[in-house]
Design a binder for this molecule. Sequence first.
Ligand code: JFT
Length: 222
Amino acid sequence: MKIDAVTIFPEYFAPLKLSLLGKAQGAGLVEFGIHDLRSFATNVHNQVDDTPYGGGAGMVMMPEVWGKALDPLMNSESDLIILTPAGKRFDQPMAQKFSTAAHLVYACGRYEGIDDRVRQHYLSKNFRVHEVSIGDYVLGGGEVASLVMIEAITRLIPGVLGNPQSLAEESHNEQGYLEYPNFTKPATWRDIPVPEILLSGNHGEITKWRAAQAIERAKNNL
Ligand code: JFT
């Protein structure tokens, strides 16, 4: 998979070199391209935003600059993802769908958002365009939202997770089983013992106990 992101803050994407995502890129399973929107600015001030038509607070990102940045990236294989607080909520089923895509292009805006004609234009040219939000809280822009999506999607690409068992257990979780509490050594830490059942070696009883714990936890999260 190829993943491009356009942003005025390319430095936000430094974490793509780390951990799972860095290894996935090193193994050739995914390739990241980060593009500085400002390098596509057309006027002498390298301006990327302007005041909103109709008035109101804040600034809106100029369509001309976005068009110059996105045109060379988009092709028939591409899905354009426009991050916006008004978009469809990102969830695990959406991550699953995007994990089989060939090319994801993230438009990461700031300020009040991107001139809506950018969305309209690529839609009218029959590109696949998705407006997405990562959840109901206020962020300063699309960069962190795109990182969240990139991590959730990339780890679903076959070969990215070292241990396919982790993925198998997760899809189990999506079918109604939730997470149980985890413990590792030492057996007692600050006077708190690990639940005895987990030291028993009785895997049937351990599975039942974990299921009960997961249900208890799920109740508490309602
Ligand atoms: C936020 C976003 C949010 C949120 C893209 C662009 C500008 C800042 C903003 C925040 C509230 C109202 C603008 C963005 C997101 C989320 C995505 C932008 N902002 N107007 N994605 N996921 N939960 N907030 Cl462009």
